[in-house]
Design a protein around this ligand. Structure first.
Ligand SMILES: Nc1ncnc2c1ncn2[C@@H]1O[C@H](COP(=O)(O)OP(=O)(O)OP(=O)(O)O)[C@@H](O)[C@H]1O
Ligand SMILES: [Mg+2]
Length: 245
């Protein structure tokens, strides 16, 4: 059983501490959800986990199956089994998704990539012609999100951090994407840390735990019912002012 362990993680961006002591344990096959107001540090947490340049871990630990990731470049964290779908996937002109994935999986598995790409695209109704374009170039917002899920399916990481994978997706796409990810949790024991604002993602992607991030700290945790409650009540009860960043 794989294990992602985050211990007392502090991270800063732009010279300011944004993640202020986060503890998490996600086991393989589990789905953990992080919700919280705009500006509470959800994306910064995701960036800190993956080692995105611009975000600095100032203290704490991030381990995948005992391997310490803090201090490692993103590609090494990926090799250790971590995957990040960005809230706003970036364009990489000149690089086909197929080429990027062949490079990522290494020579031995590269031959499988074209077939697996088509399978994964089919699984979420993502048009294969988008696979012929440079990574995320000339794709709509929703198409980019689905492109991330296709890559997730081909790479089969141990853990996926999904930053608002549902934002910008139409209702059918949300369902298809959530189903694909849910299936991955049993197919190869994928562990998921999903950031979302919307409970609807969790209709098909069943959450084991829901955490509330406010001001860079996890202030509450609960079962899936917490996501429904938050959508109804907002974050006022957790000390977040309405409309405040
Ligand atoms: N590089 C940076 N420089 C300065 N401030 C930053 C930087 N990155 C993030 N911040 C600030 O840190 C706070 C947290 O940002 P973050 O993107 O993590 O929020 P979030 O919880 O993901 O919000 P949202 O729900 O809107 O996506 C915000 O106030 C943001 O402006
Ligand atoms: Mg965000």
């Amino acid at each position: 059983m794989s294990l992602l362990e985050v211990e007392d993680l502090h991270a800063s961006a732009g010279g300011r501490e944004i993640v202020r002591g986060v503890d998490l344990r996600v086991a393989g096959g589990e789905v953990h959800v992080v919700m919280g107001p705009n500006g509470s540090g959800k994306s910064t947490l995701a960036h800190a986990l993956m080692g995105r340049p611009g975000t600095t871990v100032t203290s704490g630990s991030i381990r995948v199956d005992g391997t310490e990731l803090v201090g490692l470049p993103a590609w090494r964290r990926a090799r250790a089994g971590l995957f990040l779908a960005l809230q706003q996937p970036i364009e990489v002109p000149g690089v086909l998704v197929e080429a990027a994935l062949e490079e990522a999986v290494g020579e031995d598995a590269a031959g499988e990539v074209p077939r697996r790409l088509r399978e994964e695209a089919g699984a979420i109704g993502f048009d294969e012609r988008f696979l012929q374009r440079a990574l995320n170039v000339d794709l709509s917002g929703g198409e980019r999100k689905r492109n991330e899920v296709v890559q997730l399916g081909v790479l089969r990481p141990k853990f996926a951090v999904l930053d608002e994978i549902d934002s910008g997706l139409d209702v059918d796409a949300v369902r298809a994407v959530a189903r694909r990810i849910e299936r991955a949790t049993s197919e190869w024991g994928l562990g998921v840390l999903a950031v979302t604002h919307f409970h609807r993602l969790l209709r098909e992607l069943r959450a084991d735990r829901v955490h509330v991030l406010v001001g860079g700290r996890l202030v509450a945790s609960g079962g899936p019912e917490l996501a429904e409650e938050l959508e109804r009540t907002g974050y006022g009860a957790y000390g977040a002012e309405e409309g405040a960043a």
